[in-house]
Design a protein around this ligand. Structure first.
Ligand SMILES: Nc1ncnc2c1ncn2[C@@H]1O[C@H](COP(=O)(O)OP(=O)(O)OP(=O)(O)O)[C@@H](O)[C@H]1O
Ligand SMILES: *[C@@H]1O[C@H](CO)[C@@H](O)[C@H](O)[C@H]1NC(C)=O
Ligand SMILES: CC(=O)N[C@H]1CO[C@H](CO)[C@@H](O)[C@@H]1O
Ligand SMILES: [Mg+2]
Length: 336
């Protein structure tokens, strides 16, 4: 059952009463009747009721920071920096009633270290339906923008989509995957939306969230992690500033890194750079356990060890970091 919010109060009341009557015959609608009854007694607002049946965009709804924190700490392994920065960025942005620009996050790191995984967690905490929400949009470069000769088309299409989507929901979330394979012209098309404008053609983009994912800088992040390891220092002691210095030379100032021909960095349009560290053997094991738990099977440490040992590790001598992070864990587990 879908209720239209534009219905007048009287019409809505008739609808709700109708649901109540039907409930006497049909058990499925009892839930609806309960909703109707509580609405009638003024217990639930009409909007609350409407939002039980249709997905609502509630850009003004506060972020539950403790739920996000718990999600990140429980589900994301070995990424203390990403956890810290994402939590800070999102709570700050959502607590700000009047942001001056949309929030833009750029996630960098080696394959299979959790970039898509984190975007999914973030999306779910902003819109309960997560990636399936009408207010969360995932664009994959190689899938949605594959042909160089069609750049102009992609640019127009993307601008139209973003304008349409943000008009429908100010708190829309846009995720751009495989940024390093994206033609710079495509990103140029969205640059105006990321800037400090109050509104563009009557639409304000300031409550939207843009998340960019890429492998750019992954090798430099890995090198820093390896330096720490070789010096006998703990992974958790790596700080943001240790990586910022490395990344700024290697990626941000490097116009040929395949990522930032677009001036997104020069114009300071990216709010946070979020590094993902390469995953170690112990993290791969944690991923296997998490996957077993998700499948509802008991955790068998023998299998955990076997799956983790099937993965390949680098560098050649020390074999510390998983080549593919946790990426193939799920399919490997199918064999057991
Ligand atoms: N740090 C992590 N903690 C927990 N699970 C992880 C982590 N990293 C990866 N995984 C698991 O591995 C799967 C693949 O990871 P994901 O797709 O997020 O990698 P990615 O960083 O996007 O890699 P790529 O750069 O190759 O796209 C995830 O769905 C998740 O189940
Ligand atoms: C926030 O999330 C926590 C943990 O999931 C939960 O216990 C709490 O009730 C939530 N708070 C609100 C206001 O929804
Ligand atoms: C109204 C509008 O333009 N909606 C668009 C939102 O973005 C998706 C792509 O994720 C488009 O398919 C919709 O048309
Ligand atoms: Mg990915």
């Amino acid at each position: 059952m879908r209720l239209d919010p534009r219905l007048g109060g009287a019409a809505a009341l008739r609808l709700l009463l109708a649901a109540h009557v039907v409930a006497a015959f049909e058990p499925i609608t009892v839930g609806i009747a309960i909703g109707a009854a509580s609405a009638l007694t003024g217990y639930l607002s009409y909007k609350d009721l409407y939002c039980r049946f249709a997905e609502c965009c509630r850009s003004e709804r506060p972020l539950n920071a403790s739920a996000l924190k718990q999600d990140l700490e429980e589900k994301l392994f070995g990424q203390h920096l990403a956890t810290e920065v994402i939590l800070k960025a999102l709570t700050g942005f959502k607590n700000n009633k009047n942001p001056k620009k949309p929030l833009t996050l750029s996630l960098h790191g080696w394959a299979g270290t959790g970039k898509n995984f984190v975007s999914q967690i973030v999306a779910e905490n902003l819109h309960p339906k997560g990636l399936k929400s009408n207010f969360v949009h995932l664009f994959v470069s190689t899938l949605h923008f594959p042909h160089e000769q069609h750049i102009k088309l992609y640019q127009d299409q993307l601008q139209r989509w973003i304008r349409g989507n943000v008009s429908a929901c100010a708190g829309s979330v846009f995720i751009f995957d495989e940024m390093d394979k994206l033609h710079p012209g495509v990103i140029d098309a969205i640059k105006p939306f990321l800037d400090y404008y109050e509104q563009i053609d009557g639409v304000s983009y300031r409550k939207a969230i843009f998340i960019f994912l890429s492998n750019a800088g992954g090798d430099l992040i890995t090198k820093t992690a390896l330096d720490f390891w070789r010096a006998g220092r703990k992974r958790e002691d790596i700080q943001l500033k240790d990586l910022e210095a490395v990344l700024s030379v290697g990626v941000f100032n490097n116009k040929h890194s395949g990522l930032w021909h677009s001036g997104l960095i020069d114009r300071n349009l990216i709010d946070y750079f979020i590094p993902f560290l390469p995953l170690e053997y112990r993290h791969v094991k944690m991923c296997v356990r998490a996957e077993m738990k998700a499948r509802g099977s008991a955790i068998d440490e023998d299998v955990v060890t076997r799956v983790a040992e099937e993965m390949t590790f680098f560098p050649k001598d020390e074999k510390i970091y998983s080549d593919k992070g946790c990426k193939t864990v799920q399919s490997r587990l199918d064999f057991y």
